[in-house]
Design a protein around this ligand. Sequence first.
Ligand SMILES: *[C@@H]1O[C@H](CO)[C@@H](O)[C@H](O)[C@H]1NC(C)=O
Length: 180
Amino acid sequence: MMGRRRCIREVLFAAVVVTAAAAAASGGGLVVAAVRDDDFFVDGSVYCDTCRAGFETNATTPIAGAKVRLECRHYMSASGAVERSAEGTTDAAGRYRIELVDNRGAEEVCSVVLVSSPVPGCAEKEVGRDRAQVELLTDAGAGLATTVRRANPLGFLKNQPLPNCGQILSSYGLGSGPSY
Ligand SMILES: *[C@@H]1O[C@H](CO)[C@@H](O)[C@H](O)[C@H]1NC(C)=O
């Protein structure tokens, strides 16, 4: 019995050594580095509201190179002070991904906020679309096994609406459109 147990231990040890050697041979630590359960990715997008509509229309365009910041506060903080933050930048499709290491779950309330737009004429933060709260709780019961959390799209306003915005907005049932 003793001998058998020892033998199993040796086999396991050998397996670990072989795995480690294989990982090292195929490019080092990167291969074995796994995403921990408590590390999250926050995904979202930034658009230009070319009609100053207050929502996304079919004339909305993605903004590349926009800067956003994930801000987390302690849920009981009276001052509302940001405890930690992380920045992100949108890609060519207007999408960003921010990694949040060590998700603290219910302890924290996190939001993504607009920081800046590189597009001249579309850099005014759209009130109500300048921040989005992010749900960080792991909902194991609902089978939310993914580590990716989606934030609602954030928008900048174009200072001069496109000439055909009247037509576009009326197609959404907004006859008069917003007051510019
Ligand atoms: C989208 O855009 C065109 C104008 O470019 C418009 O005629 C059309 O009705 C719009 N609206 C929707 C909901 O597709």
